[in-house]
Design a protein around this ligand. Structure first.
Ligand SMILES: NC(=O)c1ccc[n+]([C@@H]2O[C@H](COP(=O)([O-])OP(=O)(O)OC[C@H]3O[C@@H](n4cnc5c(N)ncnc54)[C@H](O)[C@@H]3O)[C@@H](O)[C@H]2O)c1
Ligand SMILES: [Zn+2]
Length: 388
């Protein structure tokens, strides 16, 4: 008998830029991001553009071409930009993923070519997954264009698509080559999407940063009005908290069961599927947080006043705290939302681990939730919704 214990470690590092007018010829952030490892070489890139972005910014392809022309010694376009459907469709329809993989194949993409993805969280997730599977990983420079993607998903190390009726069933851990957050994109977002993205900032404030929560409360009026400076400040603080978690948690690729930044997410993922994505991810997260905070109060872990602050903040930001889908029942009158717990457990790896707040800024993990208590909290949320 013999044993060899193999140990390898692969350090990842990537820059996250906060800038404005990323495609202005005078702005070198993007070219520096793409060429950061081999500054002398010419880099081949394909831009993948969210259909919603292409609609709101009709000159985006021309601006990319001008930008690349301005840096022709360092950049070259492999092809015209590929516009893909925006929103959850990008993750639901296998055709979008296959089209991108096929294009990368046809273009002879190699592992040092760069996919520059300009879009919301859904397009970034899909394109990131495509890129991670081509040659086992080609470089991705993310240019997130929504509040959610700039504040959370775009600076993260995950990607994925929905499959077999399960949210993010297929996906990989693949840190980006670089991230460029440009607040100008946010100007054309629907109000609904601005609010949805703020839910992730509220989430990270509740579990990690009471001072940030205070700031969100104090700024709620301006945030709800999408005041650009306030939204940019929210984005940067939230992004930095998410980045700190990835760097410092000791488990960036989620090998253990704990998911401290997934507060509100077991129900959120289920709600997104139950509503066939009528609810945006951030909206579902807001409802999931109201549910889990309500649960924490019912089991004596959280003061009712703290839950009330959270619910008031979510509403002030224009976010929902209840949806009728919470009461959709399956066989035996069992609320289907409860299946979200088992699905979350499966996603984690067998052991349930749900983050619940114990105060604003503090959270703990629990390994079980009582279904009768959840049922009661859903009734309370429904009544609160009807009263408001
Ligand atoms: N990978 C991760 O770690 C992670 C974390 C959180 C969320 N997510 C995923 O992110 C997705 C949600 O992302 P999202 O909230 O960015 O929404 P989204 O990607 O669904 O985009 C929402 C809508 O906005 C449009 N859009 C995007 N940018 C625009 C712009 N600048 N102007 C006008 N319209 C624009 C899109 O076309 C779409 O119609 C979900 O699939 C969620 O699961 C992933
Ligand atoms: Zn989320």
């Amino acid at each position: 008998m013999s044993l060899h214990w193999q140990r390898i470690s692969v350090p990842f590092d990537y820059p996250v830029h906060f800038t404005r007018d990323v495609l202005a010829a005078a702005n070198e952030v993007l070219v520096e991001a793409i060429a950061r490892r081999e500054p002398q070489r010419r880099h081949r890139l394909l831009a993948v553009i969210d259909g919603g972005v292409a609609r709101a910014w009709p000159d985006v392809a021309a601006r990319i071409a001008d930008y690349v022309a301005a840096y022709r010694e360092r950049l070259t376009l492999a092809d015209a930009p590929l516009v893909v459907p925006g929103g959850e469709r990008a993750k639901n329809e296998p055709a979008a993923l296959e089209r991108l993989q096929a294009r990368l194949h046809a273009l002879g993409f190699d592992r040092q070519s760069v996919v520059v993805v300009i879009g919301g969280g859904a397009v970034l997730d899909m394109a990131g997954y495509a890129a991670a599977t081509v040659h086992r990983g080609v470089r991705v420079v993310r240019v997130p264009t929504t509040v959610l993607a700039q504040a959370d998903s775009g600076v993260n190390v995950k990607n994925g698509v929905n499959a077999f009726g399960s949210k993010n069933f297929l996906g990989t851990f693949a840190p980006p080559f670089a991230v460029v957050n440009d607040r100008e994109w946010l100007r054309t977002l629907e109000r609904r999407d601005v609010a949805a993205g703020m839910a992730e900032a509220v989430k990270v404030a509740v579990v990690r940063d009471a001072a940030f929560f205070d700031w969100l409360e104090a700024s709620a009026g301006e945030l709800a009005a999408a005041a650009a400076d306030r939204v940019a400040a929210l984005v940067e603080r939230s992004a930095r908290l998410h980045l700190a978690h990835i760097a410092d948690s000791g488990d960036p690729f989620e090998l253990g069961s704990a998911r401290p930044l997934d507060f509100g997410h077991w129900a959120a993922h289920k709600l997104e599927m139950l509503t066939a994505h009528r609810l945006r991810h951030g909206e579902a997260v807001a409802i999931g947080m109201a549910l889990d905070a309500g649960y924490a109060v019912e089991v004596g872990m959280l003061a009712a006043a703290a839950r009330d602050r959270l619910v008031r903040l979510l509403r002030a930001l224009g976010l929902p705290t209840y949806d009728a889908a919470l009461r959709l029942c399956g066989p035996g009158e069992r609320p289907r939302i409860l299946d979200g717990l088992a699905e979350f457990r499966e996603h984690l790896g067998g052991e349930l681990c749900v983050t619940l707040p114990t105060a604003i800024g503090c959270a703990v993990e629990v390994d079980a939730m009582r279904e009768d208590v959840l049922g009661r909290v859903i009734d309370l949320l429904a009544r609160g919704d009807a009263a408001s």
